[in-house]
Design a protein around this ligand. Structure first.
Ligand code: AMP
Ligand code: ZN
Length: 114
């Protein structure tokens, strides 16, 4: 989608610190990290929110979590623990309407979240 920030990152029209890429997903460092490890993982398909996910998305969705798992291990947070967050719509704090999963680690995470 031409006016989507994350589609522009996928198309390399906007730079990002890419940590993983394949034909289905892209992972890159969050520009405003909230933890020592904070990267975003997105499908290359433009899907605005988790409410727009359907059965036809099961391939990239399952794959995306496998990739998140692999990167968390590579970054050394898997044993300590980490958090995967998806914000959906405005009350959750979603600001970019291309579905993304935050992966946060490297510090203690409070619960409940703010
Ligand atoms: P959310 O508030 O859940 O929609 O998350 C959007 C995230 O995208 C925020 O954590 C931002 O810091 C991050 N972000 C915004 N612009 C960029 C960018 N150009 N590169 C990397 N991360 C970004
Ligand atoms: Zn997009």
């Amino acid at each position: 989608m031409s006016d989507c920030l994350f589609c522009k990152i996928i198309d390399k029209k906007i730079p990002a610190k890419i940590v993983y890429e394949d034909d289905m997903v892209l992972a890159f460092e969050d520009i405003n990290p909230q933890a020592p490890v904070h990267f975003l993982i997105i499908p290359k398909k433009h899907v605005p929110t988790i409410l727009d996910v359907s059965d036809e998305d099961k391939n990239w969705l399952g794959h995306l979590f496998g990739v998140a798992n692999k990167i968390a291990k590579e970054k050394g947070v898997s044993e300590r623990g980490f958090r995967i967050v998806n914000n959906c719509n405005h009350e959750s704090g979603q600001t970019v309407y291309h579905i993304h999963f935050h992966v946060l680690g490297g510090r203690h995470m409070a619960w409940p979240p703010g």
